[in-house]
Every structure is written in C-alpha cells, then in structure tokens.
Design a protein around this ligand. Structure first.
Ligand code: MSP
Length: 503
C-alpha cells in the first residue's frame, strides 16, 4: 500500500547540527507522526550528504581521511536525532554501497539514453558553491571564491526539460509550496536553463562516486545527493518497496536549496522517466538577531544544550509553534521560555494537575460517572470535536503552528470551564455532586483528546500525560469523545511541565 513518503534534506557532515537543521528533521517527524495517529502509514527518510568538496575540506582541516571524518561526524547527527526522539524509518548515508551502486545505475542509464554528454566548458566557477555559475548569478553577488575554469566535463541535458518543467509547475498547484517559492522558481526559469555539469575531474576533487563510464571523474555532489530520495527506497532493486513510497509526498527543504530540488531534481527524474514528487515544501530560516543562523557566521544555537536544559519536547514545541511554515523566524531563548511557561506550564500542565488531583482525591483514582449534560457541557464537548477537525485540517494544510494554537485554545477553554464550575468547591460541600462529576468527566476526556492531538509535536510528554490520564497509549484519532470511560483507573505522574524561572 502506498505510504506517505516524507524526506528531509540530507545534511552535510562537515560540522555539527544546529537548530536550523534540527528544525527540518523535527518537522518531518511531526508530519510523519501526525499521519500515523490519523491512521495513515508513513515512511520518513533522513540521512547525510557525505561526498564533495565541503566534506573533503573539513577532513583535510582535521588531517583525517574523508571516510574517517564522515564516520565520526555522522554520529553527531544520529545522536541528536535520537535525543530529539525522531522516529525515522531509514537513514541513508551517501557513502553506503546501496546508494553508490544505484547512483552508478542511474548514471549508466542516462549515459546509455544519450542524456549525458562530454564537453569542454569554460566559465566562472564558484569554489564555495562547487559549481559553474551564470553571468546573472555573478551580478547578483551571492557567490564567493569565483575563479575562471576551463575543463572537460560531463553534462546532463537539463535544458531539454525546461518547457516541460515550467508546464508541470504551472499545472500542479501543490508541486512547489509556498506560492512565493513557486514564483521564485518560475522567475528563475524565465532565463534559459543551462545543461548541468555532473562531473568533477579527480585531479581537482577525488572524494565522490566515480563515474561508471569514466574513471577519471567523480559525480557532482548534488547529482549524487538528490538521488538519495530514490536509492534509499530500493529504486532499481526492490520495486515493491519503491512503489510503496514513490512518488514522495513531501520533500521538506530550506528555502536556500529550492533550485536544486525544484529544477535539477525534477529534470533528472524526467530524464529517467520516473514520476515527480508531489510537493516540494520550502521552509524559511531560523534567524538569530535577524541574520541566518549558519556555520559560516558562527551564530549557531546548539540544540543539545537546549535539550539538556529544557527537554526535547519543549524545544520541539517551540520550533513548531513559533515558525509559520514558509516564513523566517527569529530564535530567542526568552521567547522559548515564555512560550513554555504560558502554554505548557500554565495552560496544559495546570489543566493536567487540576483534573488528576481532583480525581485522585475525590474519586479514588477513577474517572467519575457523569450526569446529564447542560448547555455549557455540550458546548465544550462540541469544541473538543471541532478541535479534532480543525487540527487535522491545519496539519493537512501544513499550518502546524495553527494546529497547535487550536489545541491550546481548547485547553484555555477547559481551564475556564473548570473555573466557572469550581468542582473543587462543590466537592467540599457534597462529595456526590453530579455537576462536579460531570465537569471532571468532560474535562478528562477533552484533555485526553488535546493531548493526543499534540502527540506528533511532543511525543514523550504526551505519552506520559496520557498515562497519567489512564490511557496506556496514543490511539488513532477519531471523533469519538468518550474514550476514558467511567471507572477507568487513572495513572500516576507528577506535574508534567514545571515552571522555568524567567530572567
Ligand atoms: N547537503 C545539502 C542538501 C542535500 S539534499 C539532497 C545541504 N545540506 S546542509 O546541511 O547545508 O543544509 C541542510 C538543510 O538545513 C537545508 O534545507 C537548509 O535550508 C537547512 N538550514 C540550514 N540553516 C538553516 C537555518 N538557519 N534555518 C532553517 N534551516 C536552515 O544543503
């Protein structure tokens, strides 16, 4: 059965991961988990981009061989993913045989079809960007270390697919998201597309996959890297697995790598006669004091430190809540702490405490039996059901920050509902108060619904809270309200989100 196939870029292992790179991986994990709790199987892929000049230079600097370097650095990524509770289905390294062999298959395939040719090319080459650049790009001034280079190389006939690509982008509204990025790509395609230089002579760079038809060359790192999306799922060797996943539903990328994904990659697939991915989704950047967080600027925030201090779910929550997909966002520790205290400690945590403490104290740890519902009860039940629909719709539209806000609004309403009904007061006067029992019955069920809906964002905390509420697992979401039945035993647990002191 076709699964929802979600990919992240594969990260260069030339340095440590930071919250910018962590963001895409968390986003992929959140989407993948969302599909799982709504009953759809997903396949999430991430990995590492281990060839090319950047990695070779990083290894040279440390005076180790490239393979020693990548073997060591890749662990920094896999360790972070495990600390962030990322549940990927596969992790592909481009130095693995399964990847290299398939890249060679693809090169042979395109070479035999006449989609690749050799030519001598003289032009401007950006050493930092590792590719020939156009006169327009020089004019734009975004590239460093530009040299003149005359070299015999292999070229992929990318230009041949320009018109088909433009047509596809225009006819397929979901192909590039958001709209602003789509327009940027269409703007780029207004200029004639060059063919893509896909080789590097070994005399200049040896760290790469050797061309199967010319051993004096290695493959251009982007041509090698983009293919990970199909090599990992068994292209050319395991057609069942491949067909279960391909075409990809979401290629998640940062806005800086939209051209490689929305131009190079689809034209490569067209030449190979493979279907194109359904959606390439470009998110914005995490900025620090308004400039891009990046290795070269040195303004990097280390996610490991934040996880140690505040826990992985707090970081996942902040990154998902404070970035509107597609736009840039400024990272700010004070904002992270404020967000945690107001949403998680105050609204969510307080609600969990109120409900579980009262049920423990007055109902011997069991969900109380409700009486008849009044108008306010029905209102809050309706809101809970509506929240399920709204959260699903927001996830489907990739508005994760809005999905989170919907749940928080339910929690705030539930806190108000408790404050209006004051079950703590009623129970002091009459331990059999039907209003108190009904209020708590409704509250624990609505709270459980909200907890489940936040599971993709905070997998560990929501499972802990579900256990506190007496559910042993996260169920597949449906619109049923009464999941925690009367007399269901609630579990143990302490305040899930202790307040963090603000400076
Ligand atoms: N190796 C290539 C991708 C190949 S995919 C076939 C690459 N790697 S990278 O490590 O440099 O960047 C990976 C991703 O991290 C990109 O999507 C990039 O946009 C993202 N980010 C890097 N810095 C970022 C921020 N400050 N904020 C958000 N994302 C950023 O490019």
């Amino acid at each position: 059965m076709k699964k929802i196939y979600i990919t992240t870029p594969i990260y260069y292992v030339n340095d440590n991961p930071h919250i910018g790179t962590a963001y895409t991986t968390i986003l992929a994990d959140v989407l993948s988990r969302f599909y799982n709790i709504t009953g759809t199987q997903s396949f999430m892929l991430t990995g590492s981009d281990e060839h090319g000049q950047k990695v070779q230079e990083a290894a040279d600097k440390r005076e180790v061989s490239p393979i020693e370097h990548v073997d060591e650095y890749v662990l920094r990524f896999t360790e972070l993913w495990s600390k962030l509770n990322i549940k990927y289905d596969d992790f592909i390294r481009t130095t693995e045989k399964r990847h290299q062999d398939r890249v060679k298959d693809m090169l042979n395939n395109l070479w035999e079809k006449g989609e690749i040719y050799q030519d001598e090319y003289e032009g401007s080459y950006s050493v930092s960007e590792e590719r020939f650049i156009t006169a327009k790009e020089i004019e734009d001034g975004n590239f460093k270390q530009i040299i003149k280079l005359k070299e015999k190389n292999y070229f992929f006939k990318m230009s041949k697919y320009q018109e088909d690509l433009i047509k596809h982008i225009k006819e397929t509204p979901d192909f590039i998201k958001p709209e602003s990025r789509k327009n940027e790509v269409l703007g780029f395609l207004k200029n004639p597309l060059n063919d893509l230089c896909i080789s590097r002579p070994k005399s200049r760079l040896s760290w790469g996959i050797e061309l199967p038809f010319d051993d004096k060359y290695v493959t251009y790192v982007w041509f090698d890297a983009l293919l990970n999306y199909i090599t990992a799922i068994g292209w050319n060797v395991d057609s069942e697995k491949f067909n279960d996943c391909w075409p990809a539903d979401y290629h998640l990328v940062g806005k800086d790598i939209i051209t490689t994904h929305a131009v190079y990659w689809p034209t490569m697939l067209m030449a190979a006669k493979l279907p194109l991915p359904k959606t390439i989704l470009a998110h914005g950047w995490w900025l620090f004091d308004d400039s891009k967080m990046s290795k070269s600027t040195g303004n990097i925030i280390d996610p490991l430190k934040l996880i140690d201090l505040y826990g992985e779910d707090s970081l996942r929550y902040y990154l998902m809540r404070d970035m509107a997909l597609g736009q840039d966002a400024n990272y700010n520790l004070d904002k992270l702490i404020k967000r945690y205290n107001s949403d998680l400690a105050n609204d969510f945590g307080n609600l969990v405490n109120r409900v579980t403490v009262l049920i423990k104290k007055h109902y011997n740890n069991m969900v109380p039996e409700p009486g008849d519902y009044n108008e306010n009860d029905l209102k809050i039940i309706a809101k809970s059901k509506k929240t399920i629909q709204n959260v699903i719709a927001n996830f489907n539209n990739l508005k994760i920050h809005n999905a989170i806000e919907e749940v928080m609004s339910l929690f705030r309403d539930l806190n108000k509902f408790l404050e209006i009904n004051e079950p703590w007061k009623l129970l002091k006067q009459d331990s059999d108060s039907l209003i108190a029992a009904t209020t708590l019955y409704i509250s624990i069920n609505a709270l459980y619904i909200g907890t489940q809906l936040l599971h993709p964002v905070m997998p560990k905390k929501t499972l802990e809270i579900s256990n506190m509420l007496g559910a042993s697992e996260i169920n597949i979401i449906n619109e049923e309200f009464d999941i925690l039945k009367p007399n269901n035993a609630i579990g143990e647990g302490r305040s899930p989100f202790p307040r963090i002191e603000e400076k």
